[in-house]
Design a protein around this ligand. Structure first.
Ligand code: GRF
Length: 189
C-alpha cells in the first residue's frame, strides 16, 4: 500500500480529483490532508472525502515534530496540490524525491517566488506566449526548480485572457496530475 499526504492551501480541486482518481485503487490511499489556511475550501473537501485533516501553523510546519509526525505516518509521497508555503529543508531531507508539486506553467519559465495562482497566467498572457501548460516536478530546496516529471502543453489563442488560460490549465491539471502521481508511485523504490 502506498500512502499519500496531500498539502493544500486553497480550493482543493486537485485534492478532489486525486482522491477520486485513486478511490478504487487498493494500492494507494490518502493518509492525510495537511492545510495551512483556515479559510481554504479544501477543508470541506477533506471532510466530505473522509480523509484525516491536519491544520498547521507556520511554527508547527517548520518544526522537527512535524517531520517526525509525517515519518510516523509512513508517507510514501507528499503531494503539494496548490500549497503556498516554502517546504523547509528538514522535510525535504527526510523525504528525498518523495515530494512533488504541480506548477501551472511550463517551468523553468514563469516559476520561482511570486509566480503562483493568477500571477502566472497574467505574466504568460502579457508576454504573448504561444503556449503554456503544467509542470509536475520534484521539490528541492529552490522554488520550482526540482527535476521535472511531466509537462503538458496548451496553446494560447487570440484574445486569451488570464481567466480563460486558467480554465485551460485547470483541465490539464485534472487530467494529468493524478497520472503523474501514479507514475511516481509505480517507479519509486
Ligand atoms: C493550481 O492551479 C496549481 O497548479 C497551483 O495552485 C492551484 C491549486 O488549485 N499550484 P486547487 O486548490 O487544487 O483548486
Amino acid at each position: 500500500m502506498k500512502r499519500l499526504s496531500i498539502f493544500v492551501s486553497g480550493n482543493g480541486t486537485n485534492l478532489q480529483r486525486i482522491a477520486e482518481y485513486f478511490s478504487d485503487n487498493n494500492n494507494v490511499e490518502i493518509a492525510n490532508v495537511v492545510c495551512n489556511n483556515p479559510k481554504a475550501y479544501s477543508i470541506e473537501r477533506a471532510k466530505n472525502l473522509g480523509i484525516p485533516l491536519q491544520m498547521i501553523t507556520k511554527a508547527e510546519f517548520n518544526s522537527e515534530d512535524f517531520v517526525n509526525e509525517m515519518q510516523s505516518l509512513n508517507i510514501d509521497l507528499i503531494v503539494l496540490a496548490g500549497f503556498l508555503w516554502k517546504i523547509p529543508e528538514n522535510l525535504i531531507k527526510a523525504f528525498p524525491n518523495k515530494i512533488v508539486n504541480i506548477h501551472p506553467a511550463l517551468l523553468p519559465k514563469y516559476g520561482g517566488k511570486g509566480f503562483y495562482g493568477e500571477h502566472v497566467h497574467e505574466a504568460v498572457v502579457a508576454a504573448k506566449e504561444a503556449h503554456s501548460g503544467i509542470t509536475v516536478h520534484y521539490v528541492n530546496e529552490i522554488y520550482d526548480s526540482g527535476e521535472i516529471i511531466l509537462q503538458a502543453h496548451v496553446a494560447l489563442e487570440a484574445g486569451e485572457t488570464p481567466d480563460s488560460l486558467a480554465a485551460k490549465i485547470h483541465k490539464l491539471e485534472q487530467t494529468y496530475f493524478p497520472v503523474a502521481i501514479e507514475y511516481v508511485l509505480k517507479t519509486q523504490q
